[in-house]
Design a protein around this ligand. Structure first.
Ligand code: ADP
Length: 499
């Protein structure tokens, strides 16, 4: 039987998805399964490792069934995953010692504050490219070793394995391998992105035994083979692994320095490929490994915006001026502009490039003429302004001027937002037909390692375009809007007085 399909496993924060791609990277089968979010208290978020595995495995079986193919026809599997989420399991029994601690879980904020107060900010930035934050895996590992009875002793004896979700899936798929790829390793806050190794000074500082850590391989490696019991006796190679935002960068074909993609979801994740040069940031961006192909690391600058689609959800769920997120487009289009209204959605402070935890949201410029359409339009425009601010910082720090921004994510379906984004950036916005950019990126990696793709340059020829948005705004209008936005931001900053 001809092996011509790639199976991409996309293990996300709220659901596990599986996509079967044919040899031209068109979707042949798709399945998705949600799983439980465990909120232990206000800011603790966990996943059941068994549910992560089960939901992902069953999504894979269903995608194969919908594609109407046999597992023997699968050439290779690519894995992409929610990043930073931390698991530790027993090396011999495979049993997790605790639930997976999810990237957004803030339980280790105190560890991070202590590290910052002890003056380690630059130490971590210079080695890992990251800011000290509880998002990353390092302090989650510390918490597990400190709080689960017997964990530290077992870890010191080499009896435990740490992994991000990719490693956990690989372990289960292969029946025991302990590996990860460079992109996932670069989000642990333990990995030196310059030397390409776990950093011994960091491990010593945080008291994390090296034996816990998975072996790090290039993203387009053959990581192992599936256990025959899983897919009708087949040993399918796992030929690609990358964190979700990194896979999406590849899925968009952003293979060269200066190319960037933005994902418009609950928040926004903007990543710019900076080629073989890691660029340290002074403007609150992260320096990260975009992907490692055949041993060569390519780097990216990353900017996170906390509130994007969530602002539209807020209008829907709290203000109740929308029935659905999609309705925002028609309502915003019912007025020619916001009539001078600006929203700064600093619900939980402002992220890059402003970084003000004490900022709070505001709606400003309201007159007696303001109606809900203006408010909705201002909310959509606030997403575009925030992306502008991050992109400006990226262009300044990278020295690369972007011509095109590739987009995906739920809110990228909004044409009014995309047109306004093109206007305000004065750049070409390209929305691909296949919005499964993340799965596609994982499939590309598996395609590279299995020879379906000859080289990384082949990737760009597979992107099919759904829509292109070009600026229709003159420079004077753009500058006026941007200057008002900055004025609105300045009114929202330092609102909360720290106690
Ligand atoms: P995530 O992966 O973060 O859950 P998604 O990519 O699924 O996010 O996108 C969902 C977000 O996009 C929600 O916050 C929702 O409010 C927003 N959204 C979805 N469709 C639209 C739309 N047509 N216009 C504006 N926002 C939208």
């Amino acid at each position: 039987m001809m092996k011509q399909y790639i199976l991409a496993l996309d293990q996300g924060t709220s659901s596990s998805r599986a996509v079967v791609f044919d040899s031209t990277y068109h979707i042949k089968g798709f399945a998705q399964q949600e799983f439980t979010q465990i909120y232990a208290n206000d800011s603790w978020v966990e996943h059941d490792p068994e549910e992560i595995w089960e939901s992902q495995y069953h999504a894979a079986l269903r995608a194969i069934r919908y594609a109407n193919i046999c597992p023997e026809e699968i050439l290779s599997i690519g894995i992409t995953n929610q990043r930073e989420t931390t698991l530790i399991w027993d090396r011999h029994t495979g049993k997790p010692i605790y639930n997976a601690i999810v990237w957004m879980c803030r339980r280790t904020s105190d560890y991070c504050t202590q590290l910052k107060e002890a003056g380690y900010t630059e130490f971590f930035r210079q080695k890992t490219g990251l800011i000290i934050d509880s998002y990353f895996s390092a302090t989650k590992i510390m918490w597990l070793l400190d709080n689960i009875p017997g964990a530290r002793i077992k870890a010191e004896k080499g009896e435990l394995m740490f992994g991000t979700v990719d490693s956990w899936l690989l372990y289960r798929l292969t029946g025991g391998l302990h590996k990860t790829d460079y992109t996932n390793a670069s989000r642990t806050m333990l990995f030196n992105i310059y030397s390409g190794n776990y950093d011994q000074e960091i491990l010593d500082l945080l008291h994390i035994p090296a034996s816990l850590l998975p072996e790090v391989l290039p993203s387009n490696s053959i990581f192992g083979y599936t256990q025959p019991t899983l897919f009708h006796g087949c040993s399918i190679p796992i030929g690609g692994i990358a964190g979700d935002q990194h896979a999406a960068l590849l899925g968009h074909g952003c293979i060269s320095s200066g190319m960037a993609k933005n994902t418009y979801g609950t928040g926004c994740f903007l990543l710019m490929n900076t080629g073989k040069t890691p660029i340290p940031s002074q403007k609150g961006l992260l320096t990260t490994i975009a992907f490692n192909l055949d041993g060569t690391s390519y780097y990216a600058l990353e900017g996170s915006i906390f509130n994007a689609g969530s602002t539209i959800q807020w209008l829907r769920d709290e203000l109740k001026i929308l029935d659905s997120s999609a309705e925002s487009e028609a309502l915003a289009a019912s007025v020619p502009d916001t009539d001078g209204v600006y929203i700064v959605p600093a619900f939980s402070g402002l992220g890059a490039p402003y970084w003000d935890m004490y900022a709070r949201g505001l709606i400003i410029g309201i007159t007696r003429n303001t109606n809900r359409a203006h408010i909705v339009r201002a909310a959509l425009e606030s997403i575009a302004y925030q992306v502008y601010a991050v992109l400006q910082a990226m262009q300044t720090e990278s020295g690369c001027t972007l011509s095109t921004l590739e987009v995906d994510g739920g809110a990228s379906a909004n044409n009014l937002l995309m047109q306004f984004q093109a206007n305000i950036l004065n750049k070409r916005i390209v929305r691909p037909k296949n919005l499964e950019a993340t799965a596609l990126g994982a499939a590309f990696l598996a395609g590279l390692s299995s020879g379906l793709l000859k080289s990384v340059e082949d990737i760009s020829s597979h992107s099919e375009i759904d829509a292109v948005f070009l600026s229709k705004m003159n420079e004077l209008s753009r500058q006026k809007l941007l200057s008002n936005w900055e004025k609105a931001v300045s009114r929202s900053t330092k609102w909360i007085i720290p106690t």
